[in-house]
Design a protein around this ligand. Structure first.
Ligand code: SAM
Length: 271
C-alpha cells in the first residue's frame, strides 16, 4: 500500500516514520510512504502556498494550485470522477471532516493508494474538497494547527492493520474497537467467552506486568493463579467495566452476550 503526504512541512514526518512498527513496515515494503513539499509546486520566487481569504476575515488560506499540481505529478492517481474508491482515496485532513475511526482505518487498509493533504493556516481552498479530494477526515473534535499530526495518526492506525505488519495477526482484532468474535461462536469448550480482549467493539481490558506488587498495589489475584477460564472471564468483565465507565456510547453497538448484559446490569454509574 502506498501513502503520499502533501505538506508544507515534509520534515515533520521524520520522527513518526522512523520508529517502531511504522518504520519496520516501511523497511519490509508492506507500506510505502512518500512526503511531498507543496512549495515545490508553487509558481513564484517566494514559493507562496497561501493567500488572503476572499470576503475578508482572519488569517490565510492554502491555495488550491500547488495541491492540484502536486497530486497530478504523483502519477497513478485518477481524476476524481474516474477514481475507484475501492482502490484509491484522496483525503483532505480537516476539522470539518467526517470522524476518522477504527472502521475508517480498516477501510483504508484495503486500498492501494491513499493521498493525505495536510492543511495549514485557516484551512484549504474549498475547491480541493470539491474537485480533488474524495473525502474530508477529522481525527477528533478539536482544532489542530495543521493536518500533519492528523495525517500521522491516520497513517499509523491504518498501516498497523496491513497484513504482516503486526507480529500476531489477531493483535488488531482483539484490542480496543477491534471486531473481536461473533458472540455466536465466541465460547470456548469451557463455556467462557473466547473474546478475552476488548473484542466486539469494547475497550481493551487492563494489563499488568512484573513486579506483581508495585507501590503497594498488587495485581488482581486471578491473573497470578493460572486458571485460564477465570482469567478470560475477569478480562471480559474488566473490558465491559472500562467501556461502561469511559465510553458507554460504545455499548450500544458492542457484540454482547447475555452474560455480558447481566454483568453490566450490576454496575453502578460513577457519581
Ligand atoms: N479554520 C479551520 C476550522 O475552524 O475548521 C481550522 C483550520 S486548522 C487551524 C489548520 C489545518 O489543520 C486544517 O486545514 C486541517 O488540515 C488541520 N486540522 C485541524 N484540526 C484537525 C482535525 N481535528 N482533524 C484533522 N485535521 C485537522
Amino acid at each position: 500500500m502506498r501513502f503520499d503526504i502533501l505538506t508544507i512541512f515534509p520534515n515533520f514526518f521524520t520522527g513518526p516514520l522512523d520508529h517502531g512498527i511504522l518504520s519496520r513496515a516501511i523497511a519490509t515494503g508492506a507500506v510505502e510512504v512518500n512526503t511531498h513539499d507543496l512549495r515545490a509546486f508553487t509558481q513564484d520566487r517566494h514559493r507562496t502556498v497561501d493567500d488572503r481569504p476572499f470576503g475578508g476575515g482572519e488569517g490565510m488560506v492554502l491555495k488550491a494550485q500547488p495541491i492540484f499540481e502536486c497530486v497530478e505529478a504523483l502519477g497513478g492517481i485518477d481524476a476524481k470522477m474516474d477514481r475507484d474508491p475501492s482502490r484509491q482515496s484522496v483525503i483532505l485532513l480537516s476539522a470539518q471532516g467526517k470522524r476518522f475511526t477504527q472502521a475508517t482505518a480498516h477501510r483504508l487498509a484495503t486500498l492501494e493508494r491513499v493521498v493525505l493533504i495536510c492543511g495549514r493556516y485557516e484551512g484549504v481552498d474549498e475547491r480541493v474538497s470539491h474537485l480533488l479530494a474524495n473525502e474530508e477526515l477529522s481525527i477528533g473534535d478539536y482544532v489542530l494547527s495543521g493536518g500533519e499530526l492528523a495525517a500521522a495518526v491516520i497513517l499509523d492506525a491504518t498501516a498497523r492493520l496491513l497484513p504482516g505488519v503486526l507480529g500476531h495477526a489477531d493483535s488488531s482484532r482483539y484490542e480496543s474497537f477491534g471486531a473481536g468474535d461473533d458472540p455466536a461462536d465466541s465460547r470456548t469448550a469451557d463455556g467462557v467467552p473466547r473474546s478475552t480482549h476488548g473484542a466486539g467493539g469494547l475497550l481493551d481490558y487492563p494489563h499488568y506486568t512484573r513486579p506483581a506488587e508495585f507501590r503497594g498495589v498488587a495485581i488482581p489475584e486471578v491473573l497470578g493463579g493460572g486458571d485460564h477460564a477465570a482469567i478470560r472471564q475477569w478480562r471480559r468483565r474488566m473490558a465491559l467495566e472500562k467501556t461502561f465507565r469511559n465510553r458507554p456510547d460504545l455499548l450500544f453497538h458492542a457484540a454482547l452476550t447475555d452474560e455480558d448484559r447481566e454483568h453490566l446490569a450490576t454496575l453502578e454509574p460513577e457519581p
